[in-house]
Design a protein around this ligand. Structure first.
Ligand code: FMN
Length: 184
């Protein structure tokens, strides 16, 4: 049975490195993996008075339907971009309808600096743990000096492709073992 993996890209800008990495994932993942992006850029901020917004329903439907979720994100001010946190909050509500418990998740962090988005990754993992998601602990993904990881055509360099191929193979196992949607 094929796996439905949803991606959430933390950066909203057109030339985003996160988005360029996300675009490589289908070719690097095990056969039978389908990727669908859950767009977060136009989501209104979570507000408990507004439970029925169509944009929120769309996000919640996408999270519900996914066997696993891959986050590809930059670090912003030693944390995560606000749009990602907003998406996590929206899919955790209304009360009693939190979609995160037991949901397999993978965090890929990147930054222009030397630390590869370590602090942002930890902040994201903290929020996901609070919501109840099952984030794969290892291997961890910190892509530092991200601009150096692309060649002149915008393709990820071979070493990084191989690294991500291995990560996605491990995540495939993680989803297989943990996704409630895949249990008999
Ligand atoms: C608002 C903002 C805050 C940032 N804060 C950090 C930071 O705390 N640590 C870091 O390593 N890089 C930081 N950066 C740099 C980004 O992580 C880096 O440019 C990243 O590659 C941008 O991702 P993108 O290409 O997907 O937009 C920040 C960038 C922005 C726009």
């Amino acid at each position: 049975m094929s796996k439905r993996i949803a991606t959430i890209v933390g950066s909203l800008r057109r030339e985003s490195n996160s988005r360029r990495i996300a675009a490589h994932l289908p070719a690097l993942a095990p056969a039978g993996t389908e990727f669908h992006e859950l767009a977060i850029g136009e989501l209104p901020l979570y507000n408990g008075d507004l439970e029925e917004l169509p944009a929120w329903k769309q996000l919640r439907d996408g999270v519900r339907a996914a066997d696993g979720i891959v986050f590809i994100t930059p670090e912003y001010n030693r944390s995560i971009p606000a749009g990602i946190k907003n998406a996590i909050d929206i899919a955790s509500k209304p009360n009693g309808m939190n979609l995160w418990p037991g949901k397999p998740a993978l965090v890929m962090a990147q930054s222009s600096g030397p630390l590869g988005g370590l602090a942002g990754s930890f902040a994201l993992k903290q929020a996901l743990a609070g919501a109840g998601a099952l984030t794969m602990p290892h291997p961890e993904v910190y892509l530092s000096r991200v601009a150096t990881l692309f060649d002149a055509e915008g393709k990820l360099v071979p070493d990084t492709q191989e690294f991500l191929r291995g990560v996605l193979a491990k995540f495939d196992d993680w989803v297989e073992r943990n996704s409630p949607r895949r249990q008999p």
